[in-house]
Design a protein around this ligand. Structure first.
Ligand code: AMP
Length: 429
């Protein structure tokens, strides 16, 4: 029998900490939880053990240290305490790894300093990720802790896809280039797509559409990302819940010069008051569909703008990849909104893309094909699981994966997709 081994996955935001505890012998989720509104008097802790009822309560949680202690207390109530010898590693989601971190990386002081150095390109995310890392190290200094970067999967993008066509010296001095995000999801889903098709990952070309509240597309050729829609920040690309995605950069100058708006106000407009919410006041696709069914023109237009952008990216990535084996929909909207999937490929029959209406209408379930039999390009729905991917990569890197876990081996292969570049792990060893 294999030795029990658990990995804790932490996703630390500025005012929230999401956590999951996974059993690596089989990948079972033992508990999931969320501490939110950190720093307010009404912080909320919601905790769901896999064997037991969901618990939720409100108490004042002053900072990330208290949040982690609260999560640890909840886990301990289920006999899953973080002091258990079965906990073998902690994995952290880190949003921005720049060009330095191309792989999951064992955390030490140098790695922390490097993540800190990237704060200017990820001012909203990296400081919060660092808080979580520091607190977790204080809680269990003896355990290997691993940073898994949202940007890492995209570091294989060729220079011609990653560079903006702006002055080189300015771009280099300020690290202005396209990094891409949601990489953990794109990696997981593209690998699962190859499995679903029964093809070797190295010989499978996939367009992944991660459509959640944030949304991004990627073109993955044989397990390597060759293009993605997000850029220097997660603002570029597809229309999202509250973000505009692609716009003419001159819109910013226009709003500054003609509307007299400050840079921070424009930042907030494009990140928080745009996208679906800016267009129709709602960012939940369920609500938008309900309004469309009632004949609401504003909601209809928002939906059409959203799906038109999606179609443009599908077309662009068909051209980037040349041969595409599958177009895959994932995340909240991609997994659940059949109308979005249908509209995104509508009229693309000539390019080999179509959905089968009855397959597309099926709700829930695991990875599945929604294209008709014999379609030139498969269209699939694959539920993403970023936490499982982070746990597997953490487990493999922490040196704990010797017990024969399938997940660990899967991650090693994933880690091995890069042959020609120096791994950040080695760089810090
Ligand atoms: P995520 O960021 O992946 O959690 O996705 C969140 C978004 O998924 C929500 O804002 C909704 O727009 C969308 N969503 C979730 N469930 C459904 C559903 N059943 N039908 C349509 N959209 C959904």
């Amino acid at each position: 029998m294999s030795t029990p081994a658990r990995v804790l996955v932490l996703n630390s935001g500025s005012s929230s900490v999401k956590y999951q505890l996974l059993d690596m012998n089989g990948g079972e989720r033992l508990a999931t939880g969320l501490v939110e509104r950190i720093g307010e008097s009404t912080s909320r802790i919601a905790h769901s053990p896999s064997h037991g009822a969901r618990r939720e309560h409100t108490e004042r949680i002053d900072d990330h240290s208290a949040a982690l202690r609260a999560a640890a207390a909840e886990l301990a109530r289920d006999g899953l305490g973080l002091d258990s010898p079965e906990l073998v590693a902690i994995g952290h989601r880190v949003v921005h790894g720049g060009l330095r971190f191309t792989e999951p990386t064992l955390i030490d002081d140098k790695v922390i300093a490097e993540i800190e150095r990237l704060v200017p390109v990820a001012p909203l995310h990296n400081p919060a990720n660092l808080l979580g890392i520091r607190q977790a190290r204080e809680l269990r200094p003896d355990l290997p802790q691993v940073a898994v970067f949202d940007t890492a999967f995209h570091t294989t993008m060729p220079e011609y896809a990653a560079r903006y066509a702006i002055d080189r010296a300015t771009a280099d001095e300020h690290r202005v280039r396209r990094y891409g995000f949601h990489g953990t999801s794109h990696a997981y889903v593209s690998r699962k797509a190859a499995e679903l098709l029964g093809r070797p990952y190295e010989d499978t070309n996939v367009i992944v559409l991660h459509l959640g509240n944030g949304a991004s597309a990627s073109a993955v050729a044989g397990g390597r990302c060759v293009d993605t829609s997000m850029g220097l920040t997660p603002l570029e690309g597809l229309v999202m819940g509250t973000r505009s995605g692609d716009i003419d950069p001159a819109v910013v100058f226009h709003l500054a010069r003609v509307a007299g708006m400050e840079v921070d106000a424009i930042d907030e407009l494009l990140n928080k008051k745009s996208g679906l919410v800016g267009l129709c006041g709602d960012n939940d696709m369920r609500e938008i569909r309900r309004r469309i069914d009632e004949g609401d023109d504003e909601a209809r237009l928002a939906f059409d703008i959203y799906t038109h952008r999606l179609r443009k990216y599908i077309g662009a990535y068909l051209a980037v990849l040349g041969r595409v084996d599958a177009v895959v929909f994932t995340a909240g909207v991609g997994e659940n909104a059949a109308e979005v999937r249908e509209a995104a490929v509508a009229g693309l029959d000539g390019l080999g893309l179509a959905v089968d209406p009855s397959r597309n209408a099926v709700r829930g379930g695991g990875p599945r094909l929604v294209s008709p039999d014999g379609a030139r390009v498969a269209v699939a729905v694959i539920p993403t699981d970023e936490e499982l991917e982070i746990a597997q990569q953490t487990f493999a890197l922490a040196g704990a994966g010797e017990s024969g876990s399938e997940g660990a081996h899967e991650s090693r292969r994933e880690g091995g997709r890069e042959s020609g570049r120096q791994s950040a792990v080695e760089g810090h060893a």
